[in-house]
Design a protein around this ligand. Structure first.
Ligand SMILES: Cc1ncc(COP(=O)(O)O)c(C=O)c1O
Length: 417
């Protein structure tokens, strides 16, 4: 724990000199190969998946990487979730168990499918769905569960799959943040009936915007392809409600090029995370993320817990003080999803559907305190930059800024920074 305090080291928020004079690197890692790949598609004039076979090429390469029979490319991770749920037959009257400590569309995609999200708690150690809480949330309406491999750390799939199998519940893995992660030697995305990935700009590999559904189930894959393309199996002939969720050819070109670098990106993220851990684990009150040996954590986000009672200063004050130092320490997911008006007021569709849908027929509320671990983590977990653009020198700056802020915690607490 930092204890020495020098006037020359005064925090920027108290009038001192900031640790960083230029911002930490931000955005996607894009190289000349990526630029060439996208340019080639642009020059061809064939920009759509309907005219350019490169989207299918990307699907094949991604399925081979993950280890599934099929992959269906779409234009976002959210579209992938919606498509996968519909392709799995989830609909009115069904409940889907989800953690409330995740990006919003893990839960809203369930509503898009006209089903009801039921929130189960997470483990404090992994931030991922707790199999016991999942089991307690099951009712006779439960059709599916969406475990999220949050921040790049695989969920406890043995326990989750065991509960799902026992209750005959389908599993859709949300691997939006976990490209290349594995659990007991098996890639995430290969456990459930289907899985989804996102290729948003900040993800471990990107296509700008984009998503992928992977599965070994031919029926799910075929139906997902239909839903992606207006439910249109042949020219101007429509068999089910679909969308235009197609991935453009430029994105697939970028995806193919990024996929080649994914393992390299992940090892930089892992080495950055290990470096942070080596520097921060000495500080009492900072709980660094540590994955067990049987898990390959790919650190989409590096997110330690900041325990106010042990640090003697609130993480939100640390965050403000670090911001003045030029360091972004963000609370990641600042509230349990169900505490937002969307879920509290359940005004999601006209006339209260799907909550008031006659096919549902029960009342589903989300009272505060529903998932105590999540409500705790939302106050304690903050993220630090870990992307492949971040160097060890950048991390040294982050750690120096944290040390500085903690050394001045009494003064910072006084001004309530
Ligand atoms: C866990 C999780 N699920 C789903 C999504 C949705 O992906 P997209 O932003 O590509 O729609 C994201 C992306 O932020 C995510 O992090």
């Amino acid at each position: 724990m930092a204890s020495s305090k020098m006037e020359s080291d005064r925090p920027a928020i108290l009038g001192g000199k900031p640790v960083r004079s230029r911002p930490l690197p931000h955005g996607a890692y894009i190289d000349e190969e990526d630029i060439r790949a996208v340019t080639e598609v642009l020059r061809s004039g064939k920009l759509s998946s309907l005219s350019n076979p490169i989207v299918e090429e990307f699907e094949k390469a991604f399925a081979a990487y993950v280890g599934t029979k099929y992959a269906v490319a779409v234009n976002s991770g959210t579209a992938a979730l919606h498509t996968a749920l519909q392709a799995m037959g989830i609909g009115p009257g069904d409940e889907v168990v989800v953690p409330p400590y995740t990006f919003v569309s893990t839960a809203t995609s369930v509503i898009h499918a006209n089903a009801i999200p039921v929130f189960a708690d997470v483990e404090l150690s992994s931030y991922n769905l707790d199999a016991n809480s999942f089991e307690k949330s099951i009712t006779q309406r439960t059709k599916a569960v969406i475990p999220v491999h949050l921040f790049g750390r695989p969920a406890e799939m043995d326990a989750i799959m065991e509960v799902a199998r026992r209750h005959n519940i389908m599993v859709l893995e949300d691997a939006a943040q976990a490209h290349g992660a594995s659990y007991k030697g098996r890639n995430v995305g290969t456990f459930g009936n289907a899985a989804i990935f996102s290729f948003y700009e900040s993800k471990n590999m990107t296509t700008g915007e984009g998503g992928m559904i992977v599965t070994d189930d031919e029926k799910i894959a075929q139906r997902a392809r239909l839903i992606r393309q207006h439910g249109e199996p042949s020219w101007y002939y429509y068999v089910e409600l679909g969308y235009n969720y197609r991935m453009p050819a430029m994105e697939a070109a970028l995806g193919l090029s990024q996929l080649k670098k994914l393992d390299k990106f992940n090892s930089i993220r892992q080495s950055n995370a290990a470096y942070y851990n080596s520097k921060l684990s000495r500080i009492k009150g900072i709980v660094v993320p540590k994955a067990p040996d049987y898990v390959k954590h790919v650190y989409h986000v590096y997110a330690p817990r900041f325990l106010e009672e042990e640090l003697g200063i609130s993480p939100s004050i640390i965050s403000k003080a670090l911001s003045a130092e030029g360091i972004n320490l963000r609370p990641i997911y600042p509230r349990a999803l169900y505490l937002d008006p969307l879920f509290q007021e359940k005004k999601v569709r006209p006339k209260g559907c799907p909550y008031s849908c006659p096919y549902y027929g029960v009342t589903r509320d989300y009272p505060p305190g529903l998932c105590p671990n999540v409500e705790r983590l939302t106050k304690e977990v903050f993220s630090l930059p870990v992307s492949p653009l971040i160097t060890k020198e950048d991390i040294d700056d982050v750690v120096a800024a944290i040390d500085k802020v903690l050394a001045w915690k009494d003064e910072l607490a006084k001004i309530g920074a």
